[in-house]
Write a protein that binds this ligand. Structure first.
Ligand code: DSN
Length: 414
C-alpha cells in the first residue's frame, strides 16, 4: 500500500489496523474467510477501470479484448467446477444474484416458498422486509420443533396448498444437511422451479462434504467470498435453457457494468478451489466444526440440533442465562468475533436474539485443526462465565493473540 500510504495516510492507517485486527482475532462469523494474496491482487487490479456492459463477445463498449477472455475463463472454470451447463458471474453479491433469479423466472406477485428467517433461511428467501417478501406472495416453510431439522413433509403439504411457481432452498444458519432430492420431489409435485442458494456450503458441495445440488435443482446461487475464498461477489449456475432468462435479468434487468476486477478474482478463487488441497480444506472445515461442537457440548453448551454436519454451530445463549448479543459482545472483547443470531422458534427479536452463530471456515484457512478447536471451545466457555469481568476477558484476549500468532492468516501483510 505504498501509494495509498503516501497519498492518503489516514485511510491507509485504517486499512492497516483492520488487517492487524483480522490477524489477531479468532474470526468465527461462518460467512467470513481469508482470501489469498492472489485473489486480493486481482480484486485490486486495473480491471476496476473498465466498463463492459453485456457479456463476453456481446458488449456495448469497445476495448474488451482482455476482459472477454477473463470472463470466458471465469465462466469456464465455474461451469467445469460445479458441473453446470451455464454460469453468470456478474451479480454484485448474493442478494443481487437471488434477485436476478426472481426477476428472470417470475412475474411480480407470483407465488414463492422459502425457508423462514428464524429457521435459518436468508432475507431474500421471502422475508417480509426484503424485496422478495414485498414483490412476491410468499409462504415460508421451517423446522420440526422436536428435531429442529427442516420439516420436509410440512413443506410438501404447504407446497401442495400454496402451489408456488418457485421454491428456494438453502440457508444462512442451518447446521445440518439440506436434502435437495426431497425438495426436488416437492417442486415436481407442484411444477415449481427449484433454486438452491448454496452461499454458505458451496465448498462443501464441491468437496463432497454436503450433497451437490446439481443436476437436481434448476438454479444454484452462491456468494463467492465465503467458503469459496474469493472476492465479495455472486454467481448463478443453471440449466442451459434457463441461461438467457437469467442473463437478461442480471443485465440489463438489474445491473449495469460488471465488476471486472471481481470477475477476475472469482476466476482465481475457482482455480484455487479446483486443486486437491481445497477439498482437504473443506473436509477440515467440517472436522473442525464437529470438534468445536463436541468441545462446547462437553462444556455444557446447548447446541441447536445438538451439533453440526457442516461449517457452523448455533448456540442457544439463553440456556447460559445470557443472550446472543451479550455473549457476542463479551467474546469480541476477548478477541473472538462471532455474531448474535436467531435460533429456531426464537421468542427474542432479531436485533437481540437468543443465539450465537459460530463458524470454522476462516480459522481452518489459518490452519487450525481439532486440537485448536478444543482450545477455542474452552475460551468461549471461559468468556460465557465471565461476560462482565473485563480483567478475565483481557486474559483470554492475550491467549487468543498467542494462538493467532502461531497461525498466520493468508492474504494479510506479513
Ligand atoms: N450475511 C451472510 C451471512 O452472514 O450469513 C449471508 O446471509
Amino acid at each position: 500500500m505504498d501509494h495509498l500510504r503516501q497519498q492518503d495516510p489516514a485511510l491507509a492507517e485504517l486499512i492497516s489496523r483492520e488487517a492487524r485486527r483480522q490477524a489477531s482475532v479468532l474470526r468465527m462469523i461462518p460467512s467470513e474467510n481469508y482470501a489469498s494474496h492472489a485473489v486480493l491482487e486481482a480484486t485490486g487490479s486495473c480491471l476496476s477501470n473498465k466498463y463492459s456492459e453485456g457479456y463476453a463477445h456481446f458488449r456495448y463498449y469497445q476495448g474488451q479484448e482482455f476482459i472477454d477472455r477473463i470472463e470466458d475463463l471465469a465462466v469456464e472454470r465455474a461451469t467445469t467446477l460445479f458441473g453446470a451447463e451455464h454460469a453468470n458471474l456478474q451479480p454484485y453479491s448474493g442478494s443481487p444474484a437471488n434477485m436476478a433469479v426472481y426477476f428472470g423466472l417470475l412475474k411480480p406477485g407470483d407465488r414463492v416458498m422459502g425457508m423462514d428467517l428464524s429457521a435459518g433461511g436468508h432475507l431474500t428467501h421471502g422475508a417480509k422486509v426484503s424485496f422478495s417478501g414485498k414483490f412476491y406472495q410468499v409462504r415460508q416453510y421451517g423446522l420440526d420443533p422436536s428435531t429442529q431439522l427442516i420439516d420436509y413433509e410440512a413443506a410438501r403439504r404447504l407446497a401442495k396448498e400454496w402451489q408456488p411457481r418457485l421454491i428456494f432452498t438453502g440457508a444462512s444458519s442451518y447446521p445440518r444437511v439440506i436434502d435437495f432430492a426431497a425438495f426436488r420431489s416437492i417442486a415436481d409435485e407442484v411444477g415449481a422451479y427449484l433454486v438452491a442458494d448454496i452461499s454458505h456450503i458451496s465448498g462443501l458441495c464441491l468437496s463432497g462434504d454436503h450433497p451437490h445440488p446439481l443436476p437436481q435443482v434448476d438454479v444454484v446461487t452462491t456468494t463467492t467470498h465465503k467458503l469459496l475464498r474469493g472476492p465479495r461477489g455472486g454467481m448463478i449456475l443453471c440449466r442451459g435453457a434457463l441461461g438467457p432468462k437469467i442473463d437478461k435479468a442480471v443485465f440489463p434487468g438489474l445491473q449495469g457494468g460488471p465488476h471486472n476486477h471481481v470477475t477476475a478474482a472469482i476466476a482465481v478463487a475457482l482455480g484455487e478451489a479446483a486443486r486437491p488441497e481445497y477439498a482437504e480444506y473443506c473436509h477440515q472445515v467440517v472436522k473442525n466444526a464437529r470438534a468445536l461442537a463436541q468441545g462446547l457440548r462437553e462444556r455444557e453448551f446447548s447446541l441447536i440440533t445438538g451439533g453440526t454436519d457442516n461449517h457452523l454451530v448455533l448456540i442457544d445463549a439463553t440456556a447460559l442465562g445470557l443472550t446472543g448479543k451479550i455473549l457476542a459482545v463479551a467474546l469480541e472483547e476477548a478477541g473472538i468475533v462471532a455474531n448474535a443470531n436467531k435460533i429456531p422458534f426464537d421468542p427474542r427479536p432479531a436485533d437481540d436474539p437468543s443465539g450465537l452463530r459460530l463458524g470454522t471456515p476462516a480459522l481452518t484457512t489459518r490452519g487450525f485443526k481439532e486440537a485448536e478447536m478444543d482450545q477455542v471451545a474452552d475460551m468461549i466457555h471461559q468468556v460465557s462465565r465471565n461476560t462482565s469481568r473485563p480483567e478475565v476477558l483481557a486474559k483470554i484476549k492475550a491467549r487468543v493473540e498467542t494462538l493467532c500468532a502461531q497461525f498466520p492468516a493468508p492474504g494479510l501483510p506479513e
